[in-house]
Design a protein around this ligand. Sequence first.
Ligand SMILES: O=C(CO)COP(=O)(O)O
Length: 147
Amino acid sequence: MGEKKRIGLVAHDYRKIDLIDWADYNRDILMQHDLYGTGTTGGLIAEKLQLPVHRFMSGPLGGDLQIGAAIAETRLDILIFFWDPLQAQPHDVDVKALLRIAIVYNIPLACNRSSADFLITSELMGENYERYLVDYGDRLKSLSKEE
Ligand SMILES: O=C(CO)COP(=O)(O)O
């Protein structure tokens, strides 16, 4: 087995069945990695797959922000986030913040099932993949403590 990835799993209510079904289908792959989720999503996946899932708070109560913080602090490698394109969320700003931070830190991000299929079956899943910060020019360099 290649190197373990830390995978965040998040879904809005109407997308939870789809994500749980996808996770169940890919259980053999997911069990080789460390799983994280927002409160409700993480609980449902842990129950269905009978695998340990580290649970953050529920999304509307700060869970999306916790996942975003974990990405910023390099504690998460991959995000599978089935957000709902047909319904506004009370915590839309948090959803946007999470999607934004996933892009800033250039982590693999899948927001629908076909993208998640491509991601999870990638050869890179087993490799020691070094993400790099996207070159946003001086705008990001001045903010990065690594520079
Ligand atoms: O709201 C969410 C993502 O924005 C997900 O939160 P739950 O998994 O707690 O439902």
